[in-house]
Write a protein that binds this ligand. Structure first.
Ligand SMILES: *Cc1c(COP(=O)(O)O)cnc(C)c1O
Length: 408
């Protein structure tokens, strides 16, 4: 038997069925009109944001990285909880606009912004995190034609990375941001152009579970921001310190100690260099805010045995939950947390693999896990499905189409 990832704390059952939002998931499946279904818990998101706020210094603002989960009802719920939103495309700009989010709270990072995207963002008053000198020139030219003052920040490619992070976004040659030594010249150019100078965006990595590593990176980020502000010769209005807060997905993973991060950051904030004394700071988080709030529910349509191994074949699969299948940025496939939702908490009776309905051996949601005996018609739950699920999976693969989604 292979271990399963840790089910996030706090999930309970009603009459043996996994519950969310005070109701068994069978209720939500009926309400949504069937499976496969992503369920997101608004309460869990609220609790997560509250816990984070309590742990972090009051001076630190909290942004949500929309790419983790752009489901409109979730974004609307989020708009009352966080201080800003980070988007990464013109498509996400339209999604946040549609969700009724105030666009002056939005910043736009990401390489390869097209002219039409720059124009839409400038018109909307969105802050652009410039990824290169070339992008800066295009943004300034477009703003000039529009007769609008653009709000411009510079994304810095830091000369360090976030240790132990699942995805490194800084350190060495990267398509993201400007190499640090070229930043001061562009700062002066942006300010001289008459644009509204918004400061730095410094993002060093994602999905780290070491509080020490995150605290160390935040310290390096503050040092770098201070140095670049000094060299630029201008005060720094804003500094986005990045994110990188991870969640436990796999066997042996442990939850991040946010209190340590908060304490270290508070110490740093009390001893800021002159260049940063008036700076407004934020972090931008995706999966940490929403990942554990989501569960992917699929129905078992076949139960079969091959060479003595049990396969629970579901109506879901990697086309909705690519990451759980191990095909989204992982080197070695390990099991996400999963369970038989309609026998939640029941004793382990057999070893079984939960697979999807796609005709590829990659389509595996749980490999040789221990489960209660499940039959055709039972529901399976894959946890940690609130981030990089529905929108980060190839829903059209094999003509399957998207899953249903519901915020409860
Ligand atoms: C992807 C991304 C995030 C969100 O990462 P999470 O691991 O979901 O917190 C934040 N900022 C930037 C620039 C990103 O590219």
């Amino acid at each position: 038997m292979k271990a399963l990832g840790p089910i996030p704390a706090g999930f309970t059952s009603i009459d043996g069925v996994l519950a969310m939002g005070g109701k068994p998931v069978t209720h939500w499946v009926e309400e949504a009109g069937g499976t496969p279904l992503f369920l997101y818990s608004a309460d869990r998101v609220r609790e997560r944001v509250a816990a984070l706020r309590a742990a972090m210094p009051g001076r630190l603002s909290l942004h949500y990285a929309v790419k983790a989960n752009p489901f409109a009802p979730l974004l609307s719920a989020m708009s009352g909880l966080v201080d800003g939103f980070d988007i990464a495309s013109g498509g996400e700009l339209e999604i946040v606009r549609g969700a009724g989010i105030a666009l002056d709270k939005v910043s736009f990072a990401g390489p390869g912004k097209r002219d039409a995207e720059l124009e839409a963002a400038i018109m909307a008053g969105v802050t652009l995190n410039l990824e290169s000198e070339g992008e800066a020139a295009r943004a300034l030219a477009i703003a000039g034609q529009l007769g609008v003052t653009p709000r411009l920040a510079i994304r810095v490619n830091p000369d360090f990375d976030l240790k132990g992070s699942g995805m490194k976004m800084g350190g060495g040659a990267k398509p993201f941001g400007l190499d640090a030594e070229r930043v001061p010249a562009l700062v002066r150019e942006v300010i001289a152009s008459g644009a509204e100078w918004r400061g730095f965006h410094i993002f060093a990595g994602s999905q780290a579970l070491s509080a020490e590593a995150i605290a160390e990176t935040q310290g390096q980020t503050l040092d770098l921001a201070a140095r670049l502000a000094d060299e630029s010769g201008a005060p720094l209005p804003h500094c986005n310190l990045g994110g990188g807060f991870g969640i436990p997905y796999f066997p042996g993973d442990e939850a991040l100690d946010i209190s340590l991060i908060g304490e270290r950051l508070a110490e740093r904030f009390e001893n800021l260099p002159d260049a940063l004394r008036e700076t407004h700071f934020c972090i931008e988080l995706g999966r940490y805010l929403v990942g554990e709030s989501g569960v992917y529910i699929a129905r078992i349509v076949d139960r079969k045995v091959s060479h003595g191994e049990v396969f629970l074949v579901t109506d879901g699969g990697l086309h909705h939950q690519l990451a759980a299948s191990g095909n989204f940025g992982t080197v070695v496939r390990r099991n996400y947390p999963s369970a038989i939702a309609t026998r939640f908490g029941a004793e382990v009776e057999e070893e079984a693999s939960i697979v999807g309905c796609l005709c590829t051996p990659l389509d595996k949601l749980a490999d040789k896990g221990g489960f209660p005996r499940a039959e055709v018609g039972d529901l399976v739950a894959v946890f940690c499905a609130g981030a990089y699920g529905a929108s980060a999976s190839p829903a059209n693969f094999l003509g399957q189409g998207p899953a249903r989604e519901l915020l409860v």
